[in-house]
Design a protein around this ligand. Structure first.
Ligand code: CA
Length: 230
């Protein structure tokens, strides 16, 4: 399924095992052995999910978590706390600080992946898993598939999410800023122009079946998905 995961863990053996396990599952992994390095990594790019060790040298995992939750840029990052069996992990404190879930070490590869998927599913923007269709344009989120009478349309992840959002909110005008919030979320800091680039690519992909007409540019306002263009 992919996505980027930041592992904040000072025990290097554990860190390496988790990273290998996640990479095998198709995730892009960044590792940080301390809060300071985690902060540096987050300044570069906001991960799709973070695995955060409870006991870290210097700043503890839980105070780092509170710090993340108090920052507009990072408060949405899904976080799974990692705890040792012997550590005094206070579940309530962890969850109150904003953890989405926690895992007690050692855990299996399967358990780790299952928890990650569950958290990601819970946190996913409310676009849903229901197929949407207008005319012969069909989008199936579960299968990550877009098709028309003419066949399958290949889209990159962002274009797919953009089309999914537009198709689930037809005939409403969204500004570039709104689309950034809805489709990109808090995950990236990109310029409004980025939206235009993705709209252009999406239109190109939809062109063979003539469906690019469904994505209308509303001058001075933004974009709108027309259920019945013309
Ligand atoms: Ca530790």
């Amino acid at each position: 399924m992919g996505g980027s995961i930041l592992i904040v863990e000072d025990e290097l053996v554990t860190q390496r095992l988790i990273a290998a396990s996640l990479e095998r599952a198709g995730y892009k992994v960044t590792r940080a052995p301390s809060v300071a390095q985690a902060e540096a990594a987050i300044r570069e790019v906001i991960p799709d999910l973070m695995l955060l060790d409870w006991i870290l040298p210097g700043t503890t995992g839980v105070s780092f978590l509170r710090q993340l939750r108090n920052d507009r840029r990072t408060k949405q990052i899904p976080v799974i706390m990692l705890t040792g069996r012997t550590e005094e992990f206070d579940k309530v404190t962890g969850l109150e600080a904003g953890a989405d879930d926690y895992l007690t070490k050692p855990f299996s590869h399967r358990e780790l992946l299952a928890r990650i998927k569950a958290v990601v599913r819970r946190r996913a923007p409310l676009l849903g898993d229901e197929p949407v269709e207008f005319g012969d344009l069909k989008l199936d989120p579960a299968a990550h598939r877009v098709s028309t009478r003419a066949g399958k349309i290949n889209l990159w992840a962002t274009e797919f999410r953009l089309l999914h959002f537009l198709m689930t909110h037809p005939d409403r005008v969204y500004s570039r800023g709104q689309l950034l919030d809805e489709v990109w979320g808090d995950h990236v800091f990109v310029e409004d122009r980025t939206v235009d680039v993705h709209i252009r690519r999406l239109r190109q992909a939809l062109q063979p079946g003539g469906h690019q007409k469904m994505i209308e540019t509303v001058r001075g306002a933004g974009y709108c998905f027309r259920a019945n263009p013309d």
